[in-house]
Design a protein around this ligand. Sequence first.
Ligand code: AMP
Ligand code: GLY
Length: 416
Amino acid sequence: MNILVIGSGGREHALIWKLAQSPRAEQLFCAPGNAGTAQIATNIALSDNDIPALLSFAQENNIGLTIVGPEVPLVEGIVDVFEAGGLRIFGPNARAAILEGSKVFTKELLAKYNIPSAEYQRFKHTESALKFLKSNSTYPIVIKADGLAAGKGVLIISNHAEAEAGIRTIMEDRVFGDAGNEVIIEDFLTGPELSMLSFVDAHTVVPMVSAKDYKRIGEGDTGLNTGGMGAISPNPLYDQELEAFCLTHVIHPTLEGMRKEGRPFKGILYCGLMLTSDGPKVLEYNVRFGDPETQVILPRLKTDLIDIFDAIIDDRLGDLDVEWDSAAAATIVLASKGYPESYPKGLPISGLEDVDSSTVFHAGTKIEGDSVLSSGGRVLAVTSMAPDVAEALRISYASIQKIEFDGMTLRRDIGS
Ligand code: AMP
Ligand code: GLY
């Protein structure tokens, strides 16, 4: 069948790369894609948020399956629109994607169904938030904009002045637009973080192999939060006992709650957890694959990915045996100098063709003539597989020595 992948990051390159391995894949398209997806698929110059244009493209090109990488089109209802247009598309509809689209919705759901998460308050007005903060004496606290904010809507606040400034930037200066119509103020939790991704249909949850994402820009987990500077799989903190706990106390009750609310979920459920001294607590839900987690999870998947997506769309995931490679995987993100703030674009990248022991997933890249140029903050993710994580990391770091672009920025401590 013909397949369309929506998005342009390393996650989408990894999705296309995996889908291309299926004997069931005919023509592959990526909208808008990058220089890496162009090597195995046809890039279509459509924005990943232009739902009407994507629908027309899929209808006109006999697309049998569409997969959505990023959250914005999911939250905006691309699944509903494609289904109404008679197309098969993988992911949650808008009513279910609210699990990522509104932090207020999710906090209320978690509280209603007794799912462990930080204590919180919600505020619709600056004055009530500021009044609450006046009576608050415990810091740090966490302020979150309700809606989507490209991963920037979470502020960790260490004193009253910062808290007031944070509330004003979100609610009055409206730096995140309507996403800041409401805010959550919640307790600050501590502990290691864990991402748990699962395949979900109406009846069945199949957890994926575990992964660990390195979110901060600086070594030793310092500096600004990024989309993710590297990942390893498996996550050394994850074991059968933890998986069983999270399924019983977090994932199943969340999905049951969504059904009771008339919002049945299907697709990829990404649960961000903090392992506190008080047990695992939910930080957030995403309704899609993680980036760069996908670049270490999909290389370990042995089952045909088209079969999995198909089974989920038809609610027969339970009939499928999802199999994983026991080998470990590691990915190192190569970013532009200045990321996650401002950074240059259009820099030539060399050495890509010399990498032979790793898979280079492209993120912010584009082709101009014969050259591959940088075009985003996260530029490449270099993934390797080996019997253990340490060896996979060694191979990736060796491969990276062959790649060059001006200001190439990476963390040398992924996995440690
Ligand atoms: P989120 O987008 O909700 O996952 O938040 C982004 C990051 O902020 C998380 O990965 C955590 O590192 C941090 N974070 C979010 N909520 C809390 C919390 N209640 N306590 C401490 N850190 C948090
Ligand atoms: N790596 C975190 C995310 O995809 O949201």
